[in-house]
Design a protein around this ligand. Structure first.
Ligand code: CA
Length: 360
Protein backbone atom coordinates (compact mmCIF):
# COMPACT_ATOMS: atom_id res chain seq x y z
CA UNK A 1 0.00 0.00 0.00
CA UNK A 2 2.72 2.46 0.86
CA UNK A 3 5.06 2.06 -2.06
CA UNK A 4 2.83 3.78 -4.67
CA UNK A 5 2.02 6.60 -2.23
CA UNK A 6 5.72 7.27 -1.81
CA UNK A 7 6.08 7.22 -5.58
CA UNK A 8 3.36 9.85 -5.85
CA UNK A 9 5.07 11.94 -3.20
CA UNK A 10 8.33 11.62 -5.12
CA UNK A 11 6.65 12.65 -8.36
CA UNK A 12 4.91 15.54 -6.61
CA UNK A 13 8.24 16.83 -5.25
CA UNK A 14 9.83 16.50 -8.69
CA UNK A 15 6.96 18.58 -10.06
CA UNK A 16 7.63 21.23 -7.41
CA UNK A 17 11.36 21.25 -8.11
CA UNK A 18 11.01 21.35 -11.88
CA UNK A 19 11.35 24.72 -13.50
CA UNK A 20 10.20 23.38 -16.87
CA UNK A 21 7.28 25.41 -18.27
CA UNK A 22 5.65 22.10 -19.40
CA UNK A 23 5.16 21.14 -15.78
CA UNK A 24 3.68 24.51 -14.96
CA UNK A 25 1.21 24.25 -17.84
CA UNK A 26 0.25 20.63 -17.02
CA UNK A 27 -0.14 21.59 -13.41
CA UNK A 28 -3.28 23.55 -14.25
CA UNK A 29 -4.73 21.23 -16.86
CA UNK A 30 -7.97 19.55 -15.81
CA UNK A 31 -8.51 15.91 -16.78
CA UNK A 32 -12.15 14.94 -17.04
CA UNK A 33 -13.29 11.32 -17.08
CA UNK A 34 -16.67 9.66 -17.39
CA UNK A 35 -17.18 6.44 -15.45
CA UNK A 36 -20.06 3.96 -15.92
CA UNK A 37 -20.74 1.25 -13.36
CA UNK A 38 -22.90 -1.86 -13.17
CA UNK A 39 -24.71 -1.05 -9.93
CA UNK A 40 -27.82 0.97 -9.08
CA UNK A 41 -27.52 4.57 -7.83
CA UNK A 42 -26.41 4.73 -4.17
CA UNK A 43 -25.65 0.98 -4.09
CA UNK A 44 -23.90 0.43 -0.74
CA UNK A 45 -20.24 -0.68 -0.40
CA UNK A 46 -19.57 -1.06 -4.17
CA UNK A 47 -20.87 2.46 -4.85
CA UNK A 48 -18.96 3.81 -1.84
CA UNK A 49 -15.72 2.40 -3.30
CA UNK A 50 -16.28 4.13 -6.65
CA UNK A 51 -17.07 7.50 -5.08
CA UNK A 52 -14.16 7.20 -2.66
CA UNK A 53 -11.81 6.54 -5.64
CA UNK A 54 -13.08 9.64 -7.46
CA UNK A 55 -12.84 11.82 -4.31
CA UNK A 56 -9.29 10.65 -3.55
CA UNK A 57 -8.16 11.31 -7.14
CA UNK A 58 -9.72 14.77 -7.07
CA UNK A 59 -8.09 15.71 -3.75
CA UNK A 60 -4.67 14.26 -4.57
CA UNK A 61 -4.60 16.08 -7.90
CA UNK A 62 -5.75 19.33 -6.33
CA UNK A 63 -8.88 19.25 -8.51
CA UNK A 64 -7.12 18.40 -11.79
CA UNK A 65 -8.83 14.99 -11.97
CA UNK A 66 -12.60 15.12 -12.24
CA UNK A 67 -14.56 11.91 -12.59
CA UNK A 68 -18.26 11.96 -13.44
CA UNK A 69 -20.00 8.79 -12.27
CA UNK A 70 -23.03 7.26 -14.00
CA UNK A 71 -24.90 4.37 -12.37
CA UNK A 72 -26.92 1.82 -14.33
CA UNK A 73 -30.02 3.96 -13.68
CA UNK A 74 -28.45 6.56 -15.94
CA UNK A 75 -26.79 4.55 -18.73
CA UNK A 76 -29.26 1.60 -18.59
CA UNK A 77 -26.60 -0.95 -19.57
CA UNK A 78 -25.33 -2.66 -16.38
CA UNK A 79 -23.69 -5.43 -18.40
CA UNK A 80 -22.51 -3.12 -21.16
CA UNK A 81 -19.59 -1.59 -19.26
CA UNK A 82 -16.93 -3.62 -21.08
CA UNK A 83 -18.20 -2.47 -24.51
CA UNK A 84 -18.82 1.14 -23.53
CA UNK A 85 -15.34 1.62 -22.06
CA UNK A 86 -13.69 -0.29 -24.92
CA UNK A 87 -15.40 1.99 -27.47
CA UNK A 88 -14.51 5.15 -25.51
CA UNK A 89 -18.14 6.06 -24.87
CA UNK A 90 -16.96 6.04 -21.24
CA UNK A 91 -13.33 6.45 -20.13
CA UNK A 92 -13.70 4.30 -17.05
CA UNK A 93 -15.92 1.57 -15.66
CA UNK A 94 -16.58 -0.38 -12.48
CA UNK A 95 -17.95 -3.91 -12.69
CA UNK A 96 -16.97 -7.57 -12.26
CA UNK A 97 -14.50 -9.27 -14.60
CA UNK A 98 -16.44 -12.58 -14.67
CA UNK A 99 -19.44 -10.85 -16.25
CA UNK A 100 -17.52 -10.80 -19.54
CA UNK A 101 -16.82 -14.54 -19.76
CA UNK A 102 -19.31 -14.91 -22.64
CA UNK A 103 -17.43 -12.22 -24.58
CA UNK A 104 -13.80 -12.92 -23.65
CA UNK A 105 -13.63 -16.28 -21.79
CA UNK A 106 -10.33 -15.53 -20.00
CA UNK A 107 -11.82 -12.55 -18.14
CA UNK A 108 -13.45 -15.20 -15.94
CA UNK A 109 -10.32 -15.78 -13.85
CA UNK A 110 -9.96 -12.28 -12.36
CA UNK A 111 -12.94 -12.11 -9.98
CA UNK A 112 -12.81 -15.28 -7.87
CA UNK A 113 -12.57 -18.95 -8.70
CA UNK A 114 -14.36 -21.77 -6.84
CA UNK A 115 -11.94 -23.43 -4.39
CA UNK A 116 -9.46 -20.68 -5.29
CA UNK A 117 -7.61 -17.96 -3.44
CA UNK A 118 -9.02 -15.88 -0.58
CA UNK A 119 -9.01 -12.09 -0.90
CA UNK A 120 -5.59 -11.57 0.68
CA UNK A 121 -3.99 -14.46 -1.21
CA UNK A 122 -5.44 -13.10 -4.45
CA UNK A 123 -4.28 -9.52 -3.74
CA UNK A 124 -0.79 -10.91 -3.18
CA UNK A 125 -1.07 -12.71 -6.56
CA UNK A 126 -2.36 -9.61 -8.36
CA UNK A 127 0.27 -7.19 -7.07
CA UNK A 128 3.28 -9.42 -6.46
CA UNK A 129 2.65 -12.80 -8.10
CA UNK A 130 2.11 -11.87 -11.75
CA UNK A 131 -1.70 -11.47 -11.68
CA UNK A 132 -1.74 -7.89 -12.99
CA UNK A 133 0.48 -8.83 -15.93
CA UNK A 134 -1.85 -11.70 -16.87
CA UNK A 135 -4.90 -9.44 -16.54
CA UNK A 136 -3.17 -6.98 -18.93
CA UNK A 137 -2.58 -9.80 -21.40
CA UNK A 138 -6.30 -10.55 -21.40
CA UNK A 139 -7.61 -6.98 -21.52
CA UNK A 140 -5.05 -5.01 -23.58
CA UNK A 141 -6.06 -6.56 -26.95
CA UNK A 142 -9.53 -5.11 -26.26
CA UNK A 143 -8.21 -1.59 -25.72
CA UNK A 144 -8.84 -1.98 -22.00
CA UNK A 145 -6.94 -2.00 -18.73
CA UNK A 146 -8.40 -3.68 -15.67
CA UNK A 147 -7.44 -2.88 -12.06
CA UNK A 148 -8.64 -4.53 -8.83
CA UNK A 149 -11.79 -2.66 -7.80
CA UNK A 150 -12.70 -3.89 -4.31
CA UNK A 151 -13.22 -7.23 -2.63
CA UNK A 152 -16.38 -8.64 -1.03
CA UNK A 153 -14.33 -11.05 1.09
CA UNK A 154 -15.30 -14.71 1.35
CA UNK A 155 -18.86 -15.13 0.09
CA UNK A 156 -21.42 -17.32 1.82
CA UNK A 157 -22.59 -20.45 -0.04
CA UNK A 158 -26.14 -19.16 0.01
CA UNK A 159 -29.64 -19.54 1.43
CA UNK A 160 -31.30 -22.94 1.15
CA UNK A 161 -34.87 -24.09 1.89
CA UNK A 162 -33.74 -27.68 2.49
CA UNK A 163 -30.71 -29.20 4.09
CA UNK A 164 -28.12 -30.67 1.70
CA UNK A 165 -27.17 -34.10 3.04
CA UNK A 166 -25.79 -35.80 -0.04
CA UNK A 167 -24.95 -35.11 -3.67
CA UNK A 168 -28.43 -36.39 -4.59
CA UNK A 169 -29.91 -33.36 -2.84
CA UNK A 170 -28.19 -31.13 -5.42
CA UNK A 171 -29.69 -33.06 -8.36
CA UNK A 172 -32.42 -30.93 -9.91
CA UNK A 173 -31.96 -28.20 -7.28
CA UNK A 174 -32.92 -24.85 -8.78
CA UNK A 175 -30.40 -22.32 -7.58
CA UNK A 176 -29.41 -18.81 -8.51
CA UNK A 177 -25.66 -19.13 -8.81
CA UNK A 178 -23.85 -17.30 -11.63
CA UNK A 179 -20.38 -17.59 -13.12
CA UNK A 180 -18.10 -20.59 -13.19
CA UNK A 181 -19.66 -21.93 -9.97
CA UNK A 182 -22.94 -22.21 -11.88
CA UNK A 183 -21.19 -24.41 -14.46
CA UNK A 184 -19.79 -26.55 -11.63
CA UNK A 185 -23.27 -26.92 -10.08
CA UNK A 186 -24.70 -27.90 -13.48
CA UNK A 187 -22.03 -30.58 -13.84
CA UNK A 188 -23.18 -32.28 -10.62
CA UNK A 189 -26.82 -32.16 -11.72
CA UNK A 190 -28.18 -28.93 -10.22
CA UNK A 191 -30.13 -26.41 -12.28
CA UNK A 192 -28.37 -23.06 -11.97
CA UNK A 193 -30.22 -19.94 -13.07
CA UNK A 194 -29.37 -16.27 -13.04
CA UNK A 195 -32.24 -14.09 -11.86
CA UNK A 196 -31.98 -10.28 -11.57
CA UNK A 197 -31.37 -9.06 -8.02
CA UNK A 198 -34.73 -7.33 -7.72
CA UNK A 199 -36.62 -10.58 -8.31
CA UNK A 200 -34.60 -12.86 -6.06
CA UNK A 201 -36.60 -12.52 -2.85
CA UNK A 202 -39.93 -13.35 -4.55
CA UNK A 203 -38.38 -16.22 -6.52
CA UNK A 204 -37.10 -17.82 -3.31
CA UNK A 205 -40.29 -17.12 -1.38
CA UNK A 206 -42.57 -18.55 -4.09
CA UNK A 207 -40.38 -21.59 -4.72
CA UNK A 208 -39.42 -20.65 -8.30
CA UNK A 209 -35.91 -21.40 -7.00
CA UNK A 210 -34.91 -23.66 -4.08
CA UNK A 211 -31.76 -21.79 -3.13
CA UNK A 212 -29.67 -18.77 -4.00
CA UNK A 213 -26.32 -17.23 -3.31
CA UNK A 214 -25.79 -13.48 -3.18
CA UNK A 215 -22.77 -12.19 -1.25
CA UNK A 216 -22.68 -12.52 2.53
CA UNK A 217 -24.17 -10.64 5.49
CA UNK A 218 -22.71 -7.34 4.18
CA UNK A 219 -25.27 -7.26 1.37
CA UNK A 220 -27.61 -10.19 2.17
CA UNK A 221 -29.21 -8.51 5.19
CA UNK A 222 -30.96 -5.80 3.19
CA UNK A 223 -32.27 -8.44 0.74
CA UNK A 224 -34.15 -10.15 3.62
CA UNK A 225 -33.40 -13.76 2.57
CA UNK A 226 -32.93 -14.75 6.23
CA UNK A 227 -36.64 -14.17 6.75
CA UNK A 228 -37.68 -16.85 4.25
CA UNK A 229 -34.94 -19.52 4.19
CA UNK A 230 -33.70 -21.42 7.26
CA UNK A 231 -30.25 -22.62 6.14
CA UNK A 232 -27.25 -20.36 5.53
CA UNK A 233 -24.44 -22.37 3.92
CA UNK A 234 -20.78 -21.50 4.15
CA UNK A 235 -18.94 -20.78 0.93
CA UNK A 236 -16.77 -22.64 -1.56
CA UNK A 237 -17.60 -20.88 -4.82
CA UNK A 238 -16.39 -17.26 -4.40
CA UNK A 239 -13.67 -17.23 -1.72
CA UNK A 240 -12.72 -13.59 -2.42
CA UNK A 241 -14.58 -11.82 -5.21
CA UNK A 242 -12.66 -8.86 -6.59
CA UNK A 243 -14.55 -6.21 -8.55
CA UNK A 244 -12.74 -4.23 -11.23
CA UNK A 245 -12.06 -0.72 -12.45
CA UNK A 246 -11.84 -0.64 -16.23
CA UNK A 247 -9.97 2.03 -18.16
CA UNK A 248 -9.97 2.81 -21.89
CA UNK A 249 -6.37 1.98 -22.80
CA UNK A 250 -5.97 4.59 -25.50
CA UNK A 251 -7.15 7.28 -23.10
CA UNK A 252 -4.87 5.94 -20.33
CA UNK A 253 -1.80 5.81 -22.60
CA UNK A 254 -2.23 9.51 -23.40
CA UNK A 255 -2.17 10.62 -19.76
CA UNK A 256 0.88 12.14 -18.05
CA UNK A 257 2.67 9.95 -15.49
CA UNK A 258 1.58 11.92 -12.43
CA UNK A 259 -2.10 11.68 -13.37
CA UNK A 260 -1.73 7.94 -14.06
CA UNK A 261 -0.07 7.36 -10.70
CA UNK A 262 -2.74 9.32 -8.80
CA UNK A 263 -5.43 7.26 -10.54
CA UNK A 264 -3.56 4.00 -9.82
CA UNK A 265 -3.18 4.86 -6.14
CA UNK A 266 -6.81 6.03 -5.86
CA UNK A 267 -8.10 2.79 -7.40
CA UNK A 268 -5.83 0.62 -5.27
CA UNK A 269 -6.79 2.46 -2.12
CA UNK A 270 -10.52 2.28 -2.91
CA UNK A 271 -10.21 -1.45 -3.64
CA UNK A 272 -8.53 -2.23 -0.33
CA UNK A 273 -10.93 0.04 1.52
CA UNK A 274 -13.90 -1.81 0.00
CA UNK A 275 -12.43 -5.07 1.29
CA UNK A 276 -12.28 -3.84 4.88
CA UNK A 277 -15.61 -2.04 4.52
CA UNK A 278 -17.19 -5.34 3.39
CA UNK A 279 -15.61 -7.09 6.36
CA UNK A 280 -17.02 -4.48 8.74
CA UNK A 281 -20.52 -4.61 7.23
CA UNK A 282 -20.56 -8.42 7.32
CA UNK A 283 -19.50 -8.55 10.97
CA UNK A 284 -22.09 -5.93 11.95
CA UNK A 285 -24.93 -7.41 9.89
CA UNK A 286 -24.24 -10.99 10.95
CA UNK A 287 -24.58 -9.90 14.58
CA UNK A 288 -27.92 -8.30 13.87
CA UNK A 289 -29.21 -11.24 11.77
CA UNK A 290 -28.37 -13.67 14.58
CA UNK A 291 -30.06 -11.45 17.14
CA UNK A 292 -33.29 -11.00 15.19
CA UNK A 293 -33.44 -14.50 13.68
CA UNK A 294 -31.72 -16.81 16.18
CA UNK A 295 -33.06 -19.85 14.29
CA UNK A 296 -30.86 -19.32 11.22
CA UNK A 297 -28.83 -22.51 10.87
CA UNK A 298 -25.33 -22.10 9.53
CA UNK A 299 -24.28 -25.25 7.69
CA UNK A 300 -21.45 -26.49 5.54
CA UNK A 301 -21.96 -29.01 2.74
CA UNK A 302 -20.86 -32.53 3.76
CA UNK A 303 -17.29 -33.36 2.62
CA UNK A 304 -18.60 -35.86 0.06
CA UNK A 305 -20.65 -33.08 -1.61
CA UNK A 306 -17.75 -30.63 -1.56
CA UNK A 307 -15.42 -33.26 -3.02
CA UNK A 308 -17.88 -33.91 -5.88
CA UNK A 309 -18.05 -30.15 -6.54
CA UNK A 310 -14.25 -29.88 -6.42
CA UNK A 311 -13.85 -32.82 -8.84
CA UNK A 312 -16.36 -31.22 -11.25
CA UNK A 313 -14.52 -27.89 -10.91
CA UNK A 314 -11.13 -29.49 -11.62
CA UNK A 315 -12.46 -31.26 -14.71
CA UNK A 316 -13.95 -28.05 -16.11
CA UNK A 317 -10.74 -26.13 -15.41
CA UNK A 318 -8.65 -28.81 -17.12
CA UNK A 319 -10.89 -28.57 -20.22
CA UNK A 320 -10.33 -24.82 -20.35
CA UNK A 321 -6.57 -25.17 -19.96
CA UNK A 322 -6.55 -27.63 -22.86
CA UNK A 323 -8.54 -25.38 -25.17
CA UNK A 324 -6.54 -22.14 -24.83
CA UNK A 325 -2.82 -21.48 -24.07
CA UNK A 326 -3.49 -18.18 -22.26
CA UNK A 327 -6.16 -19.86 -20.10
CA UNK A 328 -3.55 -22.53 -19.30
CA UNK A 329 -1.01 -19.89 -18.33
CA UNK A 330 -3.48 -18.15 -15.98
CA UNK A 331 -4.74 -21.41 -14.46
CA UNK A 332 -1.18 -22.61 -13.79
CA UNK A 333 -0.14 -19.26 -12.33
CA UNK A 334 -3.14 -19.25 -9.98
CA UNK A 335 -2.69 -22.89 -8.95
CA UNK A 336 1.01 -22.45 -8.26
CA UNK A 337 0.42 -19.24 -6.30
CA UNK A 338 -2.42 -20.77 -4.30
CA UNK A 339 -0.17 -23.67 -3.25
CA UNK A 340 2.56 -21.37 -2.09
CA UNK A 341 0.29 -18.83 -0.37
CA UNK A 342 -1.89 -21.49 1.29
CA UNK A 343 1.07 -23.23 2.89
CA UNK A 344 1.79 -19.90 4.64
CA UNK A 345 -1.91 -19.27 5.41
CA UNK A 346 -2.03 -22.68 7.13
CA UNK A 347 0.80 -22.03 9.57
CA UNK A 348 -0.19 -18.40 10.14
CA UNK A 349 -3.90 -17.41 10.07
CA UNK A 350 -5.39 -20.89 10.11
CA UNK A 351 -3.18 -22.05 12.94
CA UNK A 352 -4.03 -18.91 14.91
CA UNK A 353 -7.82 -19.48 14.47
CA UNK A 354 -7.46 -23.11 15.51
CA UNK A 355 -5.40 -22.18 18.55
CA UNK A 356 -7.95 -19.57 19.62
CA UNK A 357 -10.83 -22.06 19.20
CA UNK A 358 -9.27 -24.34 21.82
CA UNK A 359 -8.93 -21.61 24.43
CA UNK A 360 -11.59 -20.49 26.88
CA1 CA B 1 -22.06 -14.09 -5.26
Amino acid sequence: MFKPLLKVAAIASLVLMASSPTFAADDKKVYKFKLAHTWPTKFPIFGDAIHSMADTAKKMSNGRIQIKIDSKNKHKAPLGIFDMVKAGQYDMGHSGSYYWKGKVPNTLFFTSMPFGMTAVEQYAWFYHGGGMELMDKVYAPHNLLSFPGGNTGNQMGGWFQKEIKSIDDLKGLKMRIPGFAGEVMAKVGAKPTNIPAGELYTALEKGTIDALEWVGPSLDLRMGFHKIAPYYYTGWHEPGSELQFLFNKKKWDGLPEDIKEILRVSMRNAAYDMYVHSYHESAKNWASMKKDFPKIEVKSFPSEVLQALKDANDELIAERAKSDPLAKEIIESQAEYLNKARAWTKISDQSYYETMEKLK
